[in-house]
Design a protein around this ligand. Structure first.
Ligand code: HEC
Length: 178
């Protein structure tokens, strides 16, 4: 009796080890990064006006393109800078996440959102590409990306945006254009 219990316990233990092992290598079972897992409780900076079309002229078909509907959320660390004025320079730990829907119907129904995430992992006196990391889904792994950073560096040229397009100036100009 004692013996068989011991065997069962060992079997359960080794099964658990295998399952835990799988969970860390099989992407669909990974959890979202804890730096943005609770993003739905953050400030939705597009609450007054959802993003659509191509207001900056630089979308180039990404982020679900001109037909897409996009909501942007910022964590508390990013918020004050984001809603402020140029030159923008986000503090370390800022995370900005964009929900993107293929069209208005999906957005209205809250269906099939894709996500992209910008994470400021370090801060410098002036904005630097190396301070930012990028993830291309909710469960994506953040890393450097020439693709994301290359296009987002345009926000720097347009008005010292620190690799972020959706800032106070942008949101105010959108509201004024209504
Ligand atoms: C071809 C240009 C382009 C590329 C490539 C691109 N983006 Fe963007 N991104 C934009 C534009 C333009 C906006 C803002 C305005 C809009 O939605 O029209 C934006 C907005 C965002 C936002 C909301 C905050 C902000 O900066 O306005 C996040 C987060 C974001 N992008 C992440 C990413 C990630 C992650 C990647 C790479 C996987 C990426 N982007 C690639 C052009 C680009």
């Amino acid at each position: 009796m004692k013996n068989s219990l011991a065997i069962k316990a060992t079997t359960i233990l080794s099964l658990t080890t295998i399952l835990v092992g799988c969970a860390t290598i099989t992407a669909p079972f990974r959890d979202p990064d804890p730096r943005w897992a609770d993003y739905k409780s953050w400030t939705q900076v597009t609450a007054d006006e959802v993003g659509t079309g191509n207001p900056t002229g630089f979308l180039g078909g990404v982020h679900m393109g001109d037909e897409g509907f996009r909501e942007v959320y910022a964590n508390d660390i990013a918020l004050e800078t984001l809603m402020g004025e140029a030159p923008y320079n986000f503090p370390e730990g800022s995370v900005i996440i964009k929900e993107q829907y293929a069209n208005e119907a999906d957005w209205e129904a809250g269906r099939k959102a894709a996500h992209t995430v910008s994470i400021k992992v370090s801060a410098s006196e002036t904005s630097q590409k190396s301070d930012w990391m990028w993830a291309d889904s909710l469960k994506g792994i953040a890393g450097e990306s020439e693709f994301c950073a290359g296009c987002h560096s345009i926000s720097e040229l347009r008005g010292q945006g620190d690799y972020v397009f959706t800032n106070g100036d942008f949101l105010r100009s959108q509201a004024a254009a209504k």
